[in-house]
Structure formats: structure tokens, C-alpha cells
Design a protein around this ligand. Structure first.
Ligand code: 38G
Length: 303
């Protein structure tokens, strides 16, 4: 099984893995024509590009390279390499962004990716303030299918939030998980600790600098679900420390203002994810089997 394979390779997992991604030798502009800027982040800009050979429309993420070890600007090369390794490993699933090509310039590493045109889930929620349960459940099911693909490959996303979940097309509950800049392979029995992610979405083990795992993503699924159904963020405080305190004390509630008409199934789904003990937190497979996700067609014997 994949777990056996992982464990059998765990022995040499600590050996430096050779960079197995191949960077194109040819100049980016020989293959692609740059179009509109789609958006930007701290050290990356995303453009719409056109393949000169096929006319295909794609997205290109230009990641600014860190030039000196002591610099605070740009992304360290090993972090970019890790993102590429993850993208290479998780490609091929309908709910995960597909990497097509990699190029390098003196200042950037360029990831050529499939283009999605539906915008960020974040904008979709803002446009509706919150979603009805059927729409929210459909989106969350898509997100779970993408996460199951990652977790089956021992990849943990570590930055799941509505901004990093994009709609394939507007108005359709078809999503793509994007932004694997913090993602990494985490294998059973090899503890990984890191203080990363976006405060209001991180799990207690991140705040407490304890081992990260696929369960860390599942906590974030709970936060995303809560936001889709209410428009509010369950643990957000007035300061970052207050947010972290709410997270580590699992201090949240289903306010009557936003959850008066929410089903018990939906609240139970969220409650099974806001569990501090990672071994007791619902897994992605358990979430996909939950009545709120499987829908009304399930028989009484299925529960
Ligand atoms: C693989 O990593 C990324 C992929 C993409 C990506 C891939 C395909 C694609 N098609 C359209 C877009 C797009 C459209 C509008 C804005 C953005 C981007 O600037 N914001 C995306 C989320 N952001 C908060 C990281 C990206 N994208 N963005 C964006 C950021 C990433 O870190």
C-alpha cells in the first residue's frame, strides 16, 4: 500500500532527495506570451499567459527568488523546490491545480499552471455573505475530494482558506485547491513542526508548535465550513494572541444570529473537526462519509 511504500522509504527519507523537477532550459518568452496580471501576493505575481505553440490559455506564477541567505525578500530556493515537488506529486486530480511547466530567470522561478476562471471562493462567499447548506455542502465535498487526493500522497496543504480555493467557473460548485507554497510531504512517524499558516485558520497544534499532520488540514476545513455557512470566522479575535487563545481553548460557538436555521448535521460536521486531540479529529474519509456531505439520499442504515 502507499503507507507501506512510505514507511519502506522512510528509512532513506532523511537522505537528501535530488531535485527531481526539471527546469526548462529555453526562455519562458519563447514558449509563452504574457497577458493580464491576475493577482499578486507578497513574493509572487500571477499572469494569464498564452502558449505560442497551441494557443492554450494558462496561468503563470512568477515567484521572486531570494538572492541572499540573509535577505528577507523573496522565497528561498528550497521552499520553491518543495512547492514544485508537491505540485508534481499531486497533479492529475480535478480538484487540485495542475502544474504544466517550470522556467527560471535571474530573478524568478515561473510555474506554468492550468488556468481557472471562476475566481476565489472567498469572493464568492463575500458576494453572497454566506451560502445555503446545499451549496456549502457541495463546495465542502469538492474540497474534501481534493484534500483526500493530497492526504493519500502524504501531502498536507497547511494553508487551506477561501482565498486559496478557486472556482473552476463562476456559479458552479467545482473548485481547485491552489497555492501549495506552505505544503509539504509529511510521512507517518516523522514529526514535522512549523509555525506557518494564516492565524484564523491554524489548528491548536500549530499554535502550540506541536507535530503537524493531515489533521491540521481538517481543522481548517472546519473553519472554512463555518465561514461558508455564517460569513463569520469562528476563532477570530481582536488581536492575533486572542485568536490563538480562542484556538487552543477551542473557544467557538454557533451563534443564534447566524446558525438558528442551520441543521444539526452541519453543526455536527463542524464539531467533529474542532477537536483539539488530532487522533480524535475527523479524517477526510470520515468527513466524506458524514451525513451532511453524503446528503439526504443516505438510508437510516448508513448512519
Ligand atoms: C500553485 O500556486 C498558486 C496558483 C495560483 C493560480 C493558479 C491558476 C490560476 N488561474 C487563475 C488564477 C488567479 C486568478 C485571480 C487571482 C489569482 C491570485 O492572485 N490569487 C489567488 C489566491 N491567492 C490568495 C494566493 C490567481 N490562478 N492562480 C495562484 C497562486 C498560487 O500560489
Amino acid at each position: 500500500s502507499a503507507l507501506d511504500a512510505a514507511q519502506s522509504t522512510s528509512a532513506n527519507i532523511l537522505a537528501p532527495t535530488p531535485a527531481s523537477f526539471k527546469i526548462n532550459e529555453t526562455p519562458f518568452s519563447d514558449s509563452y506570451e504574457i497577458g493580464d496580471e491576475l493577482g499578486s501576493g507578497q513574493f509572487a505575481v500571477v499572469y494569464k499567459v498564452t502558449c505560442r505553440k497551441t494557443g492554450a490559455k494558462l496561468a503563470a506564477k512568477f515567484i521572486k527568488k531570494r538572492r541572499y541567505a540573509t535577505s528577507r525578500r523573496g522565497v528561498p530556493r528550497n521552499h520553491i523546490e518543495r512547492e514544485i515537488e508537491v505540485l508534481r506529486d499531486v497533479g492529475g486530480h480535478e480538484n487540485v491545480i495542475q502544474l504544466h511547466d517550470v522556467f527560471e530567470t535571474p530573478n524568478d522561478i515561473i510555474l506554468v499552471l492550468e488556468l481557472v476562471s471562476g475566481g476565489e471562493l472567498f469572493d464568492h462567499v463575500c458576494a453572497h455573505e454566506y451560502l445555503n447548506e446545499a451549496e456549502a455542502s457541495a463546495f465542502i465535498k469538492q474540497i474534501l475530494l481534493g484534500i483526500r487526493h493530497l492526504h493519500n500522497r502524504f501531502v498536507v496543504h497547511l494553508d487551506l482558506k477561501p482565498e486559496n480555493i478557486m472556482l473552476l467557473r463562476r456559479g458552479e460548485p467545482r473548485i481547485k485547491l491552489i497555492d501549495f507554497g506552505l505544503s509539504r510531504h509529511i510521512y507517518p512517524g516523522i514529526p514535522v513542526k512549523d509555525m506557518i499558516g494564516t492565524p484564523e485558520f491554524v489548528a491548536p497544534e500549530v499554535v502550540n508548535y506541536e507535530a503537524l499532520s493531515p489533521a491540521t488540514d481538517m481543522w481548517a476545513v472546519g473553519v472554512v465550513t463555518y465561514i461558508l455557512l455564517s460569513g463569520g470566522s469562528p476563532f477570530l479575535g481582536r488581536t492575533r494572541d486572542e485568536t490563538f487563545c480562542n484556538i487552543t481553548s477551542v473557544n467557538y460557538h454557533f451563534s443564534q444570529t447566524y446558525f438558528a436555521n442551520t441543521s444539526q448535521f452541519a453543526k455536527d460536521f463542524i464539531s467533529r473537526l474542532f477537536v483539539k486531540d488530532v487522533s480524535a479529529r475527523a479524517t477526510v474519509d470520515e468527513c466524506l462519509q458524514h451525513p451532511w456531505i453524503r446528503g439526504p439520499d443516505i438510508g437510516i442504515n448508513d448512519i
